[in-house]
Ligand binder design. Structure first.
Ligand code: C2E
Ligand code: SIN
Ligand code: SIN
Ligand code: FE
Ligand code: FE
Length: 402
């Protein structure tokens, strides 16, 4: 999707997403009465402060601004990390849209670090009419103002297009209202962005480390992703809360990180390992634990546990410590199910992928032996979800026998 489709999209979204206070059945809308305005502000403030997802905050802010200044459209553009682009995301499941950060009215609001009110767009050289040409929309007026974080750095632009009241021009009152909305929502956004940055960084580190462990053994990046998603689904089905499930989702891909210390002769041996070789292989669990255990990060601490305990068995016959039953941390028990399900369904240097029926049969046999019986029940009750993850992150080869 290009920037070209953006106006149409914003329009459609706003039509249905939020209560509308103005009379929007006709092109012209009335300014809100003070009491309506107050009610509307309370409503949006309550909605925005409950929201933690950036996308949703952006949508709510857009709807909020639109009502506040009686505009036809409103959008919030955010600067990317290197400040070269402005991006916005207007609906779930649709990729974000971005424009160069020095382009158009939004770009000028940033470079000039001040609000811009333009009531005759076509008479202003900063306006870029390309968008209108593509969409058939006629931009009359635009208000754009920078959005700041707590330290006074610009993080984006709040932009309203086409005043819909009778006067049909944006005023200083409109600008003042948008400024207030921007300063309030800027703080909310900043928190959401900071949180997302931390999580994105952590995910990067985790998947990179996970793949470092796996690629040497010819397992794909998709293996670590599948294990992550299987673990998440299993954790929820088992009854862990969402926060714990999300922690495990980030930690479980690192279960085999200790394989980086296993010599190729063992790791990549095309056939069955002999007893001595398997002893060497078994050290990967404790090695992973040693690598991760000293971190103070919550995710890495969880990953240390997962690494240490993902080859323990419920019946006590696993390794490295032979832990039994619920002495095995729930994260270890869950990752064991996720890892074995994926390992059996995939080609390995030492084996071909198994058919699904054979895997399911083994899981039933191993209920209460290798695996926690409650987790096997959780596995079968969420089988649909598990199989759709398997399809979504498939290796695009003959893995899983289909
Ligand atoms: P992996 O390939 O990721 O397999 C993870 C776990 O899935 C295995 O843990 C085992 O519990 C289960 N699994 C995988 N393939 C089979 C199978 O064909 N039959 C059964 N019943 N279970 C299977 P395990 O056994 O502790 O192995 C840990 C790691 O050691 C494996 O990770 C793999 O990297 C390596 N490994 C195990 N056996 C062999 C082998 O015969 N040859 C080679 N080259 N590596 C092996
Ligand atoms: C728009 O029509 O969305 C704004 C164009 C511009 O910023 O110049
Ligand atoms: C948890 O960490 O949420 C549960 C611990 C356990 O059951 O072993
Ligand atoms: Fe392992
Ligand atoms: Fe694995």
């Amino acid at each position: 999707m290009g920037f070209r489709d953006y106006n149409a999209l914003i329009h459609n979204l706003s039509e249905e997403s939020m209560p509308r206070y103005a009379d929007d059945k006709h092109n012209e809308r009335r300014e809100l009465e003070p009491s309506q305005m107050l009610e509307m502000i309370f409503e949006y403030v309550a909605l925005i402060s409950k929201e933690k997802e950036i996308d949703r905050i952006l949508t709510l802010m857009a709807d909020f601004g639109r009502e506040l200044v009686c505009a036809d459209r409103c959008s919030i553009w955010l600067l990317n990390e290197d400040k070269t682009k402005l991006w916005t995301k207007v609906a779930h499941g649709i990729p974000s849209i971005s424009i160069p950060s020095d382009s158009g009215i939004a770009g000028h609001a940033i470079s000039g670090a001040e609000p811009i009110v333009i009531n005759d767009a076509y008479a202003d050289e900063r306006f870029n009419p390309d968008v209108d040409i593509q969409t058939g929309y006629v931009t009359r007026n635009i208000t754009a103002l920078p959005v700041y974080d707590g330290e006074g750095r610009i993080i984006g632009v709040y932009q309203a297009i086409n005043k819909m009241s009778k006067e049909a021009v944006f005023s200083d009152v409109d600008l003042g209202r948008l400024k207030l909305a921007a300063s309030y929502s800027g703080a909310m956004l900043e928190t959401a962005i900071a949180q997302k940055e931390i999580e994105d960084t952590q995910k990067d580190v985790i998947f990179t480390m996970g793949e470092a462990g796996e690629t040497r053994s010819k397992e794909t990046g998709n293996h670590v992703k599948r294990v992550a998603e299987y673990s998440y689904v299993l954790a929820l089905a088992f009854g862990l809360d969402k926060r714990e499930a999300e922690l495990l989702r980030m930690a479980s891909p690192m279960h085999d990180i200790g394989k980086i210390a296993i010599p190729d002769a063992v790791l990549k041996k095309p056939g069955k390992l002999d007893e001595a070789e398997f002893e060497i292989m078994k050290t990967h669990a404790a090695t992973g634990y040693q690598i991760l255990k000293n971190s103070s990060r919550r995710i890495l601490k969880a990953a240390a546990i997962v690494s240490y305990e993902h080859h323990e068995k419920y019946n006590g016959k696993g390794y490295p410590r032979g832990l039994k039953g619920e002495d095995i941390h729930i994260f270890g028990r869950i990752t064991a199910v996720a890892d074995v399900f994926d390992a059996l369904g995939s080609d390995r240097v030492y084996k071909k992928a198994w058919e699904l029926e054979k895997i399911l049969a083994l899981f039933k046999e191993e209920r209460g032996e290798h695996f926690d019986p409650k987790l096997i029940d959780a596995f079968f009750s969420s089988l649909d979800g598990i199989l759709s993850i398997r399809n979504q992150f498939s290796d695009n080869d003959n893995s899983f026998g289909n």
